[in-house]
Write a protein that binds this ligand. Structure first.
Ligand code: SF4
Length: 350
């Protein structure tokens, strides 16, 4: 463990830096490419996996660098096919990732931080506080491990990735973007950024930054309430990033990138599920270039007071949206028989 902390993480080196290392060792340039491929494309977990390098070179690398990798600590299999995994980091932290299979897709839901600082009142992770950001190689590992699960369980590769697990991706901006770059790179996983959605609780300044950076992935806003008063009650971040600021930022993002925007709205019983709420939601929707509103069934957690509305209320809410030409879809909660709400599994001791 000490070695891992002291030595430089080899996956934090660029290809050019690796070339510099091998040049110093008097080795040909192509060695750097070989190692880079092992690290990102061939998903080596240890230096010993790099079988086209001599034992001496492998020993030299292990002497000079660390290769900390995420590993699966526990998995739960739901009767609906959802697989939730708890991953352990090299320094003993726990984070979660979920594999959500449907007929057409294998979607990985990944975490961006260990815990979260935003304290949303309905979310198990929000009650943990933030421990630290995940590095981009750790986020990459989550995707690799979930892809392996998809292949082993369903014989299919991942088709989509959503950053909807633990943490606020836009508060770990640099690592999330670097991970997405590696996931999309031909010498990484080669997955199109169009198949990736980053979901934010609403950090207006960073949404604009995404626009300035001309990112190619999709964006989802966790709206969850139709006005500032209700939103601030369940999402403290709304006090500094209100709906006006978010609407402006999302319009800017769309103008700069043209990328798809989705609004996420969890229905909470007797809180945001009335026809008046639906009416206000339509008003917000009209001000945002959103393609879709996902109405999400709540998966209750012990720490929160919220419950799911009765079916008739959900139906009435959906009917109102449809009558007002909102492109809305009802998302049924997955993995109800396991701890599939974000933060539930990592919060549990094994
Ligand atoms: S919902 Fe997302 S942003 Fe809010 S506390 Fe949970 S992990 Fe953090």
């Amino acid at each position: 463990m000490l070695d891992t902390v002291k030595k430089r993480n080899i996956r934090h080196l660029s290809l050019q830096e690796l070339e510099g290392y091998f040049a110093e060792m008097g080795q040909p340039k192509f060695r750097a490419k070989q190692v880079y491929e092992w690290l990102w494309q061939k998903k080596a977990r240890t230096f010993n996996d790099m079988t086209n390098l001599s034992l001496t070179l492998r020993a030299g690398l292990s002497e000079a660098f660390s290769l900390p990798a995420l590993r699966v600590d526990a998995s739960q299999f739901s009767s609906d096919g959802t697989v939730k995994s708890r991953f352990k980091t090299h320094d003993g932290h726990l984070v979660e990732g979920v594999l959500i299979p449907t007929e057409e897709r294998q979607t990985a839901c990944v975490s961006s931080q260990i815990g979260c600082s935003l304290s949303c009142k309905f979310c198990a992770t929000g009650y943990m506080g933030r421990k630290r950001n995940l590095d981009y190689d750790e986020i990459y590992d989550e995707v690799v491990l979930l892809n392996q699960q998809a292949e082993a369980t369903y014989g299919k590769k991942l088709s989509n990735i959503v950053f909807m697990g633990m943490g606020e991706p836009l508060l770990n901006y640099r690592n999330v973007l670097a991970a997405i770059e590696r996931i999309g790179a031909p010498d990484g996983l080669g997955m199109s950024p169009r198949r990736i959605t980053v979901s934010t609780a609403g950090v207006a300044k960073m949404i604009k930054q995404l626009g300035d950076d001309k990112v190619r992935f999709k964006l989802a806003l966790s709206l969850h309430a139709p006005n500032d008063q209700k939103r601030s009650e369940i999402m403290p971040i709304n006090e500094t990033n209100n709906l006006k600021a978010l609407i402006e930022a999302l319009n800017y993002f769309y103008k700069e990138t043209g990328n798809e925007i989705t609004l996420e709205y969890i229905l909470f019983n007797n809180f945001n599920d009335s026809l008046k709420d639906a009416e206000e939601l339509v008003k917000v929707y009209r001000q945002i270039p959103a393609d879709l509103v996902n109405i999400i069934e709540y998966n209750p957690i012990e720490a929160a007071r919220f419950t799911k509305p009765p079916e008739a209320t959900i139906e009435q809410f959906m009917d109102y949206l449809s009558a007002n030409r909102v492109n809305a879809r009802l998302r049924k909660s997955r993995g109800k028989d396991i701890d599939a709400a974000c933060g539930q599994l990592a919060n549990k001791a094994s």
